[in-house]
Design a protein around this ligand. Sequence first.
Ligand code: NAD
Length: 107
Amino acid sequence: MPWSPAGPGSSAPTSSTRFWNRGDEVTVIDNFSSGKRENLRAALARGAGLEEADIRDAERVRRAFAAARPDIVFHLAAQIDVRKSIEDPAFDAGVNVVGTITSSKRR
Ligand SMILES: NC(=O)c1ccc[n+]([C@@H]2O[C@H](COP(=O)([O-])OP(=O)(O)OC[C@H]3O[C@@H](n4cnc5c(N)ncnc54)[C@H](O)[C@@H]3O)[C@@H](O)[C@H]2O)c1
């Protein structure tokens, strides 16, 4: 079962669709800070799982991983706004560095 933080962003639906098309179970974690819910509508209709959570929330992510027990994880959740990264580097590091560690931890 692939697992994708995050699903509704620009790049995630394309990669996730490949798994859905070959019949894999897919679970997505996203806080919808920039991703659009409508990008997930087709996937959810086909049975994809959704955890609405922030990847910096280690306990929520741990529980979600324990429930989905993924074989593969694609980490696509990101803060991609360059202007915001300059204005608020701590927030940028929180999402892009801490979030990556949280999403990559062995469960
Ligand atoms: N778009 C591309 O062509 C492309 C190409 C190569 C690599 N990438 C990489 O893929 C990643 C995503 O890029 P994108 O263009 O899809 O960005 P995007 O902003 O469209 O999508 C990011 C997703 O992450 C979610 N998200 C942000 N912060 C979160 C948080 N704290 N917790 C949970 N979810 C959160 C957003 O809601 C959104 O769904 C980046 O690392 C980017 O560098 C993108």
